[in-house]
Design a protein around this ligand. Structure first.
Ligand code: PBG
Length: 329
């Protein structure tokens, strides 16, 4: 033991200037994507379990994307909340279904200022709430679902979505959608594969947000939360199938999977900070138990540090505003 250590890591923490130079990870607004919900009927509606997040209308979403563009974020991910649902999720493939209409409205509103992305999954549109169609025994039918995803891909691409977010966790979904897009001439429409999507309790508030009617669970298609190796395998399969971007979801409880995928991937790796991750911080902040602004920043920074090039977060616009102010510089 020496009273005078020769090695002093604190030198690089001594004042704001040296801390700024020593900072290893920074967030930029362009690395943030805002998920948005658009409902088919009625006025804008607050989402009880996600304070500060609303279901937009085709009209109110325009203001939200203007603000997002002004803050300089990278893009938006659109989810539709239809007023009618059925067994095959037919609203998902109707050109005037809510998600496809919202895509056109948002595209007209923001032009190239934001990358317009869409959730390609059936759960918002099915009356049983599953991400696919069911067979006669009530099980999610992988290959029949792929046919529905192919149709969704065509309508979404034609509506102007630049990046299709394949979140259904069906085997072969990336290959099927890529083949269909290319066959129809949509060679430049990109695929964001929700590769490592876990069967998570943290999606709870989202199910409120889209008024999901799911009875049961998604464990026959989403990953077991304990499975790290399998998350990496799913990402590698999606890269081989032609994904342009792979994603890990949720983010905060899966940083090891994210780091594994980031180390193995030669394409961009994104992460989705999901509804429950949002609501936990909001709830604690409302109680005065944590510093909201610092906790929001730290939660997203940690996801970026673990390997995500881009983070989908419900705080995207607000966080971008803080970053633009230099609040964490
Ligand atoms: C499926 C989908 C879900 C989320 C995004 N896409 C829900 C699910 O798999 O149950 C969850 C997002 C969130 O919790 O913020 N369409």
């Amino acid at each position: 033991m020496t009273a005078n250590p020769r090695i002093r890591p604190r030198r690089l923490r001594a004042n704001p200037g040296i801390r700024r130079l020593a900072s290893e990870t920074r967030l930029h607004p362009a690395q943030l994507v805002l998920p948005l919900f658009v409902r088919e009927e009625g006025g804008p509606m607050p989402i009880a379990s996600m304070p500060g997040v609303v279901q937009h209308t085709l009209d109110s979403v325009k203001g939200a994307v203007q603000n997002a563009a002004a803050a300089g974020i990278g893009g938006v991910m659109l989810f539709g909340v239809p007023s009618v649902r059925d067994a095959t999720g037919s609203g998902a493939t109707h050109p005037d279904g809510i998600l496809n209409r919202a895509t056109r409205v948002v595209g007209d509103e923001v032009g190239d200022a934001l990358v317009v992305q869409t959730d390609l999954c059936l759960d918002e549109f099915t009356d049983h709430g599953h991400c696919g169609v069911l067979d006669t025994l009530g099980r999610v039918d992988n290959d029949a679902t792929l046919e529905r995803y192919r149709e969704m891909a065509l309508v979404q691409a034609a509506s102007g979505s630049a990046l299709l977010g394949l979140s259904g966790m069906m085997d072969g979904q990336v290959a099927a959608v890529r083949e269909t897009l290319d066959g129809a001439g949509f060679v430049d429409t990109a695929i964001l594969a929700y590769s490592a999507k876990y069967a998570s309790a943290f999606y709870g508030p989202f199910r409120d947000a889209v008024e999901s009617t799911l009875d049961g669970d998604r464990r026959s298609y989403q990953l077991d939360p304990g499975n790290r190796r399998e998350g990496l395998r799913e990402a590698i399969l999606d890269i081989e199938e032609g994904a342009d971007v792979v994603m890990v979801k949720p983010a905060g409880s899966y940083l090891d999977v994210l780091a594994d995928v980031a180390a193995a991937s030669d394409i961009p790796v994104w992460a989705y900070q999901v509804s429950g991750e949002y609501s936990m911080i909001e709830a604690a902040a409302m109680q005065g138990w944590i510093d909201r602004k610092r906790a929001v920043h730290e939660s997203v920074l940690g996801i970026h540090r673990a390997g995500a090039d881009v983070v989908l977060t419900y705080w995207a616009t607000e966080l971008a505003g803080w970053l633009n102010n230099g609040d964490f510089a």
